[in-house]
Design a protein around this ligand. Structure first.
Ligand SMILES: [Zn+2]
Length: 549
């Protein structure tokens, strides 16, 4: 290499370094919409304490029912966020999913979620996992892709449904939930959000990551459940509080104005408030922990979604009541910090207007309160002695490989000649209406009416009775038979309006099998008394749009 070449090389390196270390290198991206989801069950922490003969535990934690998991939660939050943002699945350039524990430890987790969301087969993005820091890793990766110009709209989904070990402190703090964000690139030279609605309602404007290589909560290969930190006091004093405080200060110091609130991941309901106190602004995410517990990878964004909704409510209240101080004028900066696996990431959101889709945690519903034993059963930690009956078809076999796209994406075959939609497409090479073979695969409506149904009162494990099997006439004219919700079994009637929501049908030979279930929409049928919250976040908003009139 000649001296000239060396100089050119050095200059090139200098240019890159200067760019990467400069404080102005962070390119803001727009937040176009957000969504959130919580599972159906709630467990009182005091019930956990009672089971183990201790008084430990306050508040409730959210628990997945047997047919819910991190993927079904992610699906619901993502649908809600796309709806709120007004972005169609076909427009999404990439899906970034952060979950500490994906449904397949190795396997098609990302492909399954992308297919259920109706994203294009060419969609980019990635899956971050391995610790609850995965949610922030997904967020930053999507941000990078937008800033680099490699994506126009990015869908970020964070979700978790961790399973705490029996007798661990984590049993009374580990929850489940999901939050999703639709991000969009901001045009070069744009001044940012404006009041007339022409620019994003909020922007991601600051970020910082710090690491500390300490072992905290941990799950080894082969372990089904997560263990506690070895020394909680050491973790608090030497790891969590200093690391998150430093990370938060890192973004707060670079911010144009003081942050008005923080959303902070909280492993035990006490650690986050200690960090917020040191950072000098209120902990806006506290109600999320109180209602759902520690939602792992979703915690930071769920707290942020709640804070944005809270923020909007406060702003509206301030506008309605003549607030002489004007302290809650509009928007402001909100910080969010995620933690896991010895890494913390903080981001700063500049929310100029109400963020579409932002909901407070109480709007996600109160769920169904269950006793400790039922929570264990739902998590698969308490199993009946009777052998579950294996499916005749292995989930890796040809029938599933060929059927997965239509089952996960919920497709039908529409006849170009007579318009009839046949379901499922793979077993109908010809139209069920006219017998023709000019068929095109189309997404089915997600809403319809019960044509007929039967309720099974006896089911072999892993299925639970009473289990309705429902034949639905969808709004697009297709007819479909799917499982219904056990919670609807008593009240279900012909003519009821139902929406379809993704659920886990079975965990077959260790492999999750997903499909859609029908959920009765409250107040639409002959009967009444559907529990409040049944339809919240079940994807019915998007269904209504897809279903047409
Ligand atoms: Zn036809």
């Amino acid at each position: 290499m000649s001296p000239d070449e060396k100089n050119a090389d050095a200059m090139h390196t200098d240019a890159i370094n200067a760019d990467a270390t400069s404080g102005t290198a962070v390119k803001p991206v727009g937040i176009l919409g957000v969504g959130a989801a919580a599972p159906s069950l709630r467990l009182a922490a005091k019930d956990v304490g009672a089971a183990w003969g201790s008084s430990a535990g306050r508040g409730t934690v959210a628990v997945c029912d047997a047919d819910e998991d991190t993927l079904t939660l992610a699906w619901r939050a993502a649908n809600a966020a796309l709806d709120a943002a007004g972005v169609s699945p076909a427009e999404v350039s990439g899906l970034w999913w952060g979950t500490a524990r994906p449904p397949f430890a190795e396997g098609p987790s990302h492909a399954f979620l992308a297919t259920t969301l109706g994203l294009d087969r060419s969609v980019g993005g990635g899956l971050a996992s391995g610790s609850p820091h995965a949610g922030m890793e997904a967020l930053l990766a999507a941000w990078d892709a937008l800033a680099a110009g490699h994506a126009r709209y990015a869908l970020v989904v964070t979700s978790d449904a961790l399973v705490p070990g029996l007798g661990t402190a984590g049993e009374s703090t580990t929850g489940a939930g999901a939050a999703a964000v639709v991000l969009g690139a901001i045009a070069e030279g744009s001044a940012g959000p404006s009041a007339n609605g022409s620019s994003p309602p909020a922007r991601l404007v600051g970020r910082a990551t710090l690491a500390m290589p300490a072992v905290d909560r941990y799950r080894a290969d082969g372990d089904r459940v997560t263990g506690d930190v070895y020394d909680a006091r050491l973790f608090r004093e030497q790891v969590f509080v200093p690391l998150l405080t430093d990370t938060g200060r890192g973004v707060a110091e670079g911010a144009a104005t003081p942050l008005r609130a923080w959303a902070i991941a909280d492993p035990d309901g006490k650690l986050a408030s200690a960090v917020a106190k040191r950072l000098g602004a209120p902990l806006a995410s506290a109600p999320v922990f109180g209602a759902l517990g520690d939602t792992g990878s979703a915690a930071a964004l769920l707290g942020l979604v709640h804070a944005c909704a809270d923020n909007a409510a406060n702003t509206a209240n301030a506008a309605n009541t003549t607030d002489a101080t004007g302290s809650a004028s509009s928007g402001g900066l909100i910080g969010a910090i995620g933690y896991g696996g010895g890494r913390a990431t903080a981001v700063v959101v500049d929310a100029a207007r109400a963020v579409p889709g932002a909901v407070t945690v109480d709007m996600l519903g109160t769920g169904r309160q269950v006793a400790y034993a039922e929570a264990l059963r739902a998590r698969g930690q308490l199993e009946p002695m009777a052998d579950p009956i294996e499916m005749g078809l292995p989930p890796g076999g040809a029938a599933f490989v060929r059927g997965n796209p239509e089952m996960l994406g919920l497709f039908g075959a529409r006849c170009r000649d007579c318009g009839t939609i046949s379901t499922p497409p793979s077993i109908h090479p010809t139209c069920t209406g006219c017998g023709g073979d000019h068929l095109e695969v189309v997404p089915l409506a997600r809403r319809g009416r019960v044509e007929t149904f039967v309720v099974n009162q006896t089911m072999p494990p892993p299925f639970q009775a009473p289990l309705p099997l429902v034949v639905i006439d969808l709004e697009d004219g297709a007819r479909l038979m799917v499982q219904g919700s056990p919670a609807d079994a008593a009240d279900l009637a012909v003519g009821d309006v139902v929406t379809l929501s993704l659920r886990r049908y079975a965990l077959e030979r260790g492999i999750p099998v997903y499909g859609y279930k029908a959920f009765r929409v409250a107040g639409t049928g002959a009967g009444s008394g559907v529990p409040k919250g049944t339809t919240v976040g079940s994807g019915q908003d998007r269904s209504a749009r897809e279903g047409g009139s």
